[in-house]
Each structure stands twice: as C-alpha cells, then as structure tokens.
Design a protein around this ligand. Structure first.
Ligand SMILES: O=P(O)(O)OC[C@H]1O[C@H](OP(=O)(O)OP(=O)(O)O)[C@H](O)[C@@H]1O
Ligand SMILES: Nc1nc2[nH]cnc2c(=O)[nH]1
Ligand SMILES: [Mg+2]
Length: 180
C-alpha cells in the first residue's frame, strides 16, 4: 500500500492540529445548542471519530452512508443514499461532518435533504475543501484547510475503496489511478 503513494500532503500531526482547532470552534459555537453531528460515510469515518473526541461539549451522533464516486476519481453526479439517518432531526442543531468538499454535489444534495426535515439549524464541517472544483454552491462554516486540485487518499478517503486506512493524506502514483 505505501508503495503506491507518490507524495504525503498532510501528515498525521498536521491533520491532528486541524481536527483539534475545528473541534474547539464547534465546542465554542454550540455550547448552548442541541448539537447533532451527522457523519457522511464512508469517507468521514476517520475524521468523525477524531473530531467527536476533540469536541468538549455534549454532542449526539448519527450516520448516513452516501456514494457518488464509485470506483473512479470522477463524480457520477448522482448521490445514492445507501443508509439514511436514524434520528428525527426536529429540534437539533446539525453539523454535517464530511472528509472532503469537491464538486459540492454531495453536500448540496444532503443539505437540501436534511433541511426539508426541519432541524433548528444546519452547518457543514469538512476537513478538506477544493474550492477550484466547485460545480454547485456550498458553504462550509467549519473547515480544516483548502487543498489543490488533486485526487487525495488516506484518513478515510479512498480510491476504489482502498487506502482509507492510511493515517496520513497523500496522492497516489499516476500508474495506480490508471488501473481503474
Ligand atoms: O463534492 P463532491 O464532488 O460530491 O465529492 C465529495 C464526496 O465524495 C466522496 O464520497 P464518495 O462518493 O467517494 O463515497 P465514500 O465517502 O464512500 O468514499 C467524499 O467522501 C464526499 O462525500
Ligand atoms: N478519495 C477521494 N474522494 C474524493 N471525492 C471527491 N474528491 C475526492 C478526492 O480528492 N479523493
Ligand atoms: Mg469515495
């Protein structure tokens, strides 16, 4: 697996510092609210696990599983719901937890869907953002960092369902992307 990595872009230590900062921001802003963290699987699994432990105020959690990339590096544009939430959103202040904001299609779709369920409020928290790639408008109030236009893997992010378990984030050698 490590042989497939061309370059490490974000180290474990750097990711940890971003997660702690974002966790502190959410803890500050939601101290007197009814926080529900909604993790968008599978990509956000690692970020969610770390972020929820960096949040120091009471928080509930729930999970959705959606997919639009399949096995490649291009969005299909169609967001498929694989597992919906279990919790009724009325009365909650939702923070959607995502690993990456790219074309924006996944979060645009999810924000509209969850808004229709009438929560108190809804905001987005994403670890990575590629603003240059945006196709539909999405606003993320909480963000780890902006990144250049490259297909990244690790820390939950996959290529063809692999590399999610890398503890850092990097880019693969071009010949690996070429295989699918
Ligand atoms: O802004 P977008 O262009 O919509 O891309 C972002 C989405 O793409 C990835 O999910 P993917 O569909 O690959 O599913 P996964 O989380 O299971 O990897 C990622 O986890 C985001 O949810
Ligand atoms: N693994 C991965 N999934 C994505 N989905 C949208 N953008 C990306 C990306 O850069 N990497
Ligand atoms: Mg994916």
């Amino acid at each position: 697996m490590l042989n497939d990595i061309k370059e490490v872009l974000y180290s474990e230590a750097y990711i940890d510092s971003m997660v702690k900062r974002v966790g502190a921001e959410i803890s500050h802003d939601y101290a007197d609210k009814n926080l529900l963290l909604v993790s968008v699987l599978k990509g956000s699994v690692v970020f969610m696990a770390d972020l929820m432990r960096a949040i120091t105020i009471p928080a509930r959690i729930d999970f959705m599983c959606v997919s639009s990339y399949g096995s490649g590096t291009k969005t299909s544009g169609v967001v498929k719901i694989i597992k919906d939430l279990d919790i009724n959103l009325k009365g909650y202040d939702i923070v959607i937890v995502e690993d990456i904001l790219d074309s924006g299609k996944t979060l645009h779709y999810l924000v509209n869907l969850l808004k229709s369920r009438e929560p108190n409020s809804i905001e987005i928290c994403t670890l990575f953002d590629k603003p240059e790639r945006r196709e539909v408008e999405v606003y993320a109030k909480y963000k780890g960092c902006d990144i250049p236009d490259a297909f990244i893997v690790g820390y939950g992010l996959d290529f063809d369902e692999k590399y999610r378990n890398l503890p850092f984030v990097g880019v693969l050698k071009p010949e690996v992307y070429g295989e699918v």
